[in-house]
Design a protein around this ligand. Structure first.
Ligand SMILES: [Zn+2]
Length: 253
């Protein structure tokens, strides 16, 4: 029996490429099928918000699927798998970069193509939820108050206009959000995730939600073990190793 909590899965690109921000399509499909086989419920960030307000009950252990950056390979390689399994997902968009190739600090080489607004709209109509990942993908902890406000509020408005519904969820680039950034995010968004590794417990801070870096679970037997509650020790080891690294930016964006 797995300990109770919510595993918020973090993905970026679903493609065969080097580096921790890419997961091969067949591995992604196997990870999703393992969730279905384990009988773990896939819910949404809105479900989590409702549960916190006492308006919805969540299963003891559930999963939320999230993608940062809005790469085109989400539509090509991830959406068909999610759609076939009936799994909801949230994609965080850098709103000023839509239709272009990634060009921010730490971008993959060669730079990957983001979806167009047309693709975003089509996916929104199919049930994909879009959150904000700022306008220009900056390190928010390094920008002044005015820029912070624009990155948060303008992206929310632009994405909302394109998908035709309000935008309630946010992911800071590089997972970097200190107390000032989190307070500003909380004024505009219902939830915010980071790159802090771990399982969210039912009382977790909705504006500092931990996620699971799925690059750590490309070994499907390990992922199955985690889902069944048999690999919690592995997560503790990964957390410890990350704590020892002291990198300026997380190795994923
Ligand atoms: Zn990003």
């Amino acid at each position: 029996m797995s300990p109770p909590g919510i595993d918020i899965l973090m993905y970026h690109s679903i493609a065969k490429a080097d580096g921790p921000t890419s997961i091969a399509p067949e591995v992604f499909a196997a990870q999703m099928h393992a969730i279905a086989e384990a009988g773990v419920a896939v819910v949404t960030l809105d479900d989590l918000v409702l549960a916190r307000a006492g308006r919805k009950a969540l299963p003891g252990h559930c999963v939320i699927v999230t993608f940062d950056d809005g790469f085109r390979d989400f539509r090509e390689n991830a959406f068909p798998v999610l759609d076939a399994l009936g799994f909801p997902a949230t994609v965080y968009l850098p709103a000023g970069q839509i239709g272009r190739r990634e060009n921010w600090v730490g971008a993959h080489e060669p730079a990957r193509q983001l979806m167009s607004w047309h693709e975003v709209r089509c996916l929104a109509e199919r049930g994909i939820v879009f959150g904000s990942h700022t306008m220009s993908h900056p390190d928010l902890s390094a920008v002044d108050d005015e820029v912070l406000e624009v990155e948060l509020s303008r992206s929310r408005a632009v994405i909302g206009d394109h998908v035709g519904r309000p935008v309630h969820h946010f992911a800071p680039p590089y997972g970097l959000a200190g107390a000032r950034e989190r307070a500003a995010i909380a004024r505009l968004y219902r939830t915010s995730v980071g790159t802090r590794l771990g399982r969210a417990d039912p009382a977790a801070d909705l504006h500092d939600l931990p996620r699971l870096e799925m690059f750590y679970f490309t070994d499907i037997s390990r992922w199955r073990a985690y889902l069944s509650g048999r690999a919690q020790g592995y997560l503790r080891v990964r957390k410890l190793m990350r704590g020892l690294k002291h990198s300026v930016l997380a190795p994923w964006q």
